[in-house]
Design a protein around this ligand. Structure first.
Ligand code: UDX
Length: 439
């Protein structure tokens, strides 16, 4: 059984390399010719721990190749192949809804190229508005009657993409035939043998699992961040509150870390697209709470800027501000909707000179925010700073010695936007340490 993967972003490259690692012959396709050339040469165009090694290993083993030619892909795949569609569904400009252009185009082109072949299964992995799979299946029935559609949402986290693909919490497949279920069971046989739970369901349920999972995670983060707001007003400590809550196994500790909130290419746009779709379905009230979740999240960014201004004696004008972190989370160079850069840019707009350092995301940040300054190390960024903002919780920042950093700055003030530094160590080294939701 041959596997193809359409779209080679975070999801597609990871899926292609991992399917090859499971022993299948895999061909990835992307319309971006340069990206295909880089991948074929063993280079992953973004930072994801372990992925480049896996990619090279699988290319060398002869199980993984890339193309930008649909005809080549279809001829290589042949009858009975499984085609995974992994293209992006970004937020539409000026709207909450998801932009379905890439998904629709990928399925249409794929259907046309496999139309003359025998049976094939076209599997959507992209995060889509509920109802998409059914709509696409109708279109595929017109274009390629031998092809069938299935939906298999992906739950991988950036920074853990390879692990999450090879050791998922669960597998979810939306199918309309026993044959489609059997095909997907064959693909994931090794994971199923390791007792990964499998939920076999219909199209709309499979689509909803993904967006509701991301919504739940967003709720958890915004819940604890709302508690942080209350703690700030009441003089309480949200870190101790979160710890106490987490001992209740019904609540748990994961995704309950207060701070600057969520960003990235998934959570923010997924909850917005979900609200937009609920509106179309006439159940917008059911998801009205997500608007509040989004608002709480955005307020954390504003609060961080306010805190920085407070620390700079009421004005950011002419101040030097060091920002540690640019990626939306550690172990990634992804800056899509990055809370750290959002805060850095706002502070810059208020007249401060902002110098950013990130272990992996500096190049991406420089392209998107050319008016900020960039440093090659955390120490360099801190040079003569009036305040340091710790906004993405890389281990590298936790490893810094507060005594050594002291010699670098103009004022010993630090704001921990991720509640991840050792407050006691920084305070005993003479720093004014402030964090969101803590006295
Ligand atoms: C998310 C989902 O976790 C994943 O299952 C889905 O497939 C894609 O979307 P990802 O975007 O990689 O994955 O990031 P995630 O680890 O979920 O973090 C999202 C954001 O929430 C980050 O900005 C992170 O800093 C923030 N976060 C996370 C918090 O602010 N507090 C927490 O306790 C946890």
């Amino acid at each position: 059984m041959r596997i193809t993967v359409i779209g080679t972003g975070y999801l597609g490259v990871t899926h292609a390399a991992c399917m090859a690692a499971l022993g299948f012959e895999v061909m990835g396709l992307d319309v971006d010719v340069e990206k295909v050339a880089a991948l074929a040469a063993g280079h992953v165009p973004f930072y994801e721990p372990g992925l480049e090694d896996l990619l090279r290993e699988q290319i060398a083993a002869g199980r993984l190749s890339f193309t930008s030619d649909h005809a080549e892909l279809a001829a290589w795949a042949g009858e009975g192949a499984l085609h995974f569609v992994c293209v992006g569904t970004p937020q539409k400009k000026g709207e909450y809804a998801a932009d379905m252009t890439y998904v629709d185009a990928a399925f249409e082109t794929l259907a046309r190229s496999v139309a003359h072949q025998g049976r094939s299964l076209l599997i959507g992995k992209s995060t889509v508005p509920v109802g998409t799979a059914s709509r696409i299946a109708d279109r595929i029935a017109e274009l390629a009657p031998n092809a069938e559609v299935a939906w298999n949402p992906e739950f991988l986290r950036e920074g853990h993409a390879v692990h999450d693909t090879l050791h998922p919490d669960r597998l979810v497949v939306g199918v309309r035939s026993e044959q489609a279920e059997a095909d997907l069971r064959r693909v994931y046989a090794r994971l199923l043998a390791e007792n990964v739970p499998l939920v076999v369901t219909d199209f709309p349920t499979a689509e909803l699992v993904k967006v509701s999972a991301n919504s739940f995670l967003a709720v958890k983060i915004s819940f604890i961040n709302a508690m942080a707001e209350v703690c700030e007003a009441a003089g309480a400590d949200v870190m101790q509150l979160a710890e106490a809550l987490s001992h209740d196994p019904r609540i748990g500790h994961r995704f309950l870390v207060p701070g600057l909130g969520f960003g990235g290419g998934c959570l923010p746009k997924d909850i917005r697209a979900f609200m937009a779709r609920a509106g179309e379905l006439g159940v917008d009230q059911a998801l009205a709470f997500l608007k509040e979740v989004d608002a709480i999240n955005m307020r954390r960014r504003v609060r961080t800027v306010d805190l920085a201004r407070e620390q700079c004696d009421g004005s950011l004008l002419g101040k030097r501000v060091a920002v540690w972190g640019a990626a939306f989370k550690p172990e990634s160079d992804d800056i899509r909707d990055s809370p750290a850069l959002n805060v850095a840019a706002s502070i810059n707009l208020q007249g401060a000179q902002v110098t950013v350092y990130d272990p992996k995301a500096t190049d991406n940040a420089r392209k998107m925010y050319p008016t900020l300054s960039y440093a090659d190390s955390a120490m360099e960024a801190a040079d003569q700073a009036d305040v340091i903002l710790h906004l993405t919780e890389w281990q590298e920042f936790r490893d810094l010695d507060p005594v050594a950093v002291r010699t670098q700055v103009r004022q010993t003030r630090i704001i921990d936007g991720r509640n991840a530094l050792d407050a006691t160590a920084w305070r005993s080294a003479g720093w004014t340490y402030r964090a969101l939701g803590r006295p």
